[in-house]
Ligand binder design. Structure first.
Ligand code: NAP
Ligand code: ZN
Length: 352
């Protein structure tokens, strides 16, 4: 075991504070990683605030992890000390079931082991995430960061990026696709950049008029204000595909109306009951309302390689670990452009 310094929440309503714990010793198929950067996902805030009533405290969030390999177990073949690597939302799964065999480890029928607030499959211990000095992860769940992808820009791809990339690939978003992105936050801004890189015609649907210029600068072709009833009505039936990243309970009907024939809307943000869905809106136009959970390991590697090749880079606001509580408050206030990334070297300045 190795002592590890981290930032942890000890309850739903207290700030994150420095916390020391023991990382497990390296197993034969493990990779040990020194963490350089960690992205801040809205899920981290949900989990810290116990929004889903399943948080185990102390909770060390962080599932957009990049860094360097410091040690490998005796069975590890794909990595060596010094390699640039990344870890996303999960650190283990059964690797036997049908979804695992089909590279959809996030859908493992025995339950994926999440990077934090999960349970180690061998010891049952709670997993601790990337707001920490280092992490130990089973080789199959470690990604390679291509040489021409700056490490700090790789971090948001591990969750925000893959969560929007996976459904866009599943529903064949590509050249000329007419798509909309609801909510211009961490996930939404990645959806815009990736869809533009795939050749789609992209509309941002936002509650924030002050994000219109940003949306265009990120590559969006059009901006629609969701509270502008006339503009929403004019966009009825306009889209083949919509990705909805709103992080809480909301009414999906105004967005469903915007789907054309056989159109698909994918929900990725709200994990709770929605306001009632109008069946008629789904039935007319053969519309589909779908969901999507992050993505598999192969899909994440494909995304990292795509972003390196096309230089599709997230818009990051770098922070020190001491700024994390302020960053959570800003996330709640919808004030982030467009992903906070923690420079984990700042942990060295912290006493615990
Ligand atoms: P974020 O950076 O806070 O962005 C969310 C955006 O949604 C905001 O910027 C805002 O955009 C819009 N919004 C916020 N509250 C709203 C409301 N009440 N009504 C309408 N729009 C609202 O969050 P994120 O990191 O992108 O995460 C988004 C959600 O996805 C979170 O709930 C997170 O837990 C979830 N998530 C899911 C998966 C998955 O696998 N499915 C993976 C990662 C994250 P505008 O200002 O443009 O309106
Ligand atoms: Zn996330």
């Amino acid at each position: 075991m190795t002592t590890c310094l981290a930032f942890a929440a000890h309850s739903s309503d207290t700030p994150l504070t420095p916390f020391r714990f023991d990382r497990r010793a390296l197993r034969a198929d493990d990779v040990a990683i020194d963490i350089a950067y960690c992205g801040v996902c809205h899920t981290d805030a949900h989990q810290v605030h116990n929004d889903w009533n399943n948080t185990v405290y102390p909770c060390v969030p962080g599932h957009e992890i990049v860094g360097h390999v410091t040690a490998v177990g005796s069975n590890v073949s794909r990595f060596k000390i010094g390699d640039r690597v990344a870890v996303g939302c999960q650190v283990d799964s059964c690797l036997q079931c049908a979804p695992c065999a089909e590279h959809q480890e996030q859908l493992c029928i025995h339950g994926p082991t999440t990077t934090y607030n999960g349970r180690d499959r061998q010891t049952g211990e709670i997993t601790y995430g990337g707001y920490s000095e280092h992490i130990v992860v089973r080789e199959q769940f470690v990604l390679s960061v291509p040489e021409n992808l700056d490490l700090q820009y790789a971090a948001p791809l591990l969750c925000a990026g893959i969560t929007v990339w996976n459904p866009m690939r599943r529903y064949a978003v590509g050249q000329g696709s007419k798509i909309a992105v609801v909510g211009l936050g961490g996930l939404g801004h990645m959806a815009v950049k990736l869809a533009v890189a795939l050749g789609a015609d992209v509309t941002v649907i936002t509650t924030s008029p002050n994000k219109a210029d940003d949306a265009r600068a990120l590559g969006a072709n059009h901006v629609l204000l969701s509270n502008d009833a006339a503009a929403m009505a004019a966009a009825a039936n306009a889209f083949e595909f919509i990705i909805d990243t709103i992080p809480s309970r909301h009414n999906v009907n105004p967005y469903l109306m915007l789907l054309g024939r056989e159109g698909v809307m994918v929900l990725v943000g709200a994990i709770e009951p929605l306001e009632p869905v109008h069946g008629g809106l789904l039935i007319r136009n053969n519309r589909t309302l779908a969901g999507s959970l992050i993505g598999g390991i192969q899909g994440i590697q494909e995304l990292l390689d795509f972003c390196a090749e096309k230089q599709v880079l997230p818009s990051c606001e770098m922070i020190g670990i001491e700024d994390i509580n302020g960053a959570f408050e800003r996330l709640q206030r919808n004030d982030v452009k467009y992903r906070f990334v923690i420079d984990m070297a700042t942990l060295r300045d912290v006493q615990a």
